[in-house]
Design a protein around this ligand. Structure first.
Ligand code: ADP
Length: 231
């Protein structure tokens, strides 16, 4: 068995309100290295809350979160930010690329926020960015601006950016939500290739068909997280 990447032990998140809301009820969850897990649930069920906690963007109100065995509650803010930069790659529905920077520049910028890569000079960052773009099939588009790219290409750039620091975990928030079905298919196929190469992926979606493609699915409903039995 591989080591856990995500370990939630009684993790919960309360918003004080008014009115107070428990957006995620206390839950235990273990996601191991190399797993591909989808998280599904209706709007307002707690998916973003889960993503923000798993991505170290929010702190649990209760419980403990271990990322790669590191108890994140023990960390000061700067150390938590550094851990996030090094270990987690994010992919969002709306890509979040800088419009006036080329694909390679968008990818290279991610290295500035990961201290382990911070010592790299500009030429090395550029070379790594180009290698990450090649990994997602976009070597030939390194100099292109996002505004000149299709939605599928933009999402591939975002995936390259998420991969460039060699994270332990790829967190994807509705990565195909802005794409037509053929493009969505190619992005999902890319994620599946990355998973086959050993990457740990957690993908949030409201689309049952997208969810069903992963080996394991977790359902959140009214802030309650539970495993979906394999069919
Ligand atoms: P989803 O991503 O599944 O749509 P969310 O995680 O965004 O759901 O929200 C879960 C619950 O927490 C909802 O009831 C939502 O209204 C509530 N919520 C989300 N963010 C806040 C906030 N900043 N303050 C108070 N309640 C919030």
């Amino acid at each position: 068995m591989t080591a856990p990447v995500i370990e939630f032990r009684g993790v919960a998140l309360d918003y004080p309100g008014p009115p107070p809301v428990t957006a995620l009820k206390p839950c235990d969850l273990e996601i191991r290295q190399g797993e591909y897990v989808t998280v599904v649930g209706p709007s307002g069920s707690g998916k973003s809350t889960f993503l923000n906690l798993a991505g170290l963007l929010d702190l649990p109100s209760r419980g403990r979160y271990l990322l790669d065995g590191i108890d994140t509650a023990e960390l000061a803010d700067g150390a938590r930010t550094a851990l996030r930069g090094r270990r987690i790659g994010f992919v969002f529905q709306s890509f979040h690329l800088l419009p006036h920077r080329s694909a390679a520049e968008n990818v290279a910028l991610a290295m500035l926020y990961a201290p382990a890569q911070g010592h790299l000079g500009a030429a090395d960052r550029r070379a790594r960015a180009e290698a990450a773009l090649a990994e997602v099939g976009l070597a030939h588009r390194a100099g292109a601006l996002p505004s000149r790219m299709s939605g599928g290409e933009r999402q591939r750039v975002a995936i390259a950016r998420a991969l460039v620091n060699r994270p332990s975990l790829l967190l994807c928030d509705e990565p195909t939500g802005n794409l037509d079905s053929a493009t969505a298919e190619s992005v999902l196929a890319l994620l599946e290739t990355l998973h086959a190469g050993g990457l740990t992926i957690v993908l949030i979606t409201h689309d049952q068909q997208v969810a069903a493609r992963a080996g394991r699915t977790v359902l959140i409903r009214d802030g309650v997280l539970r495993e979906v039995a394999a069919v």
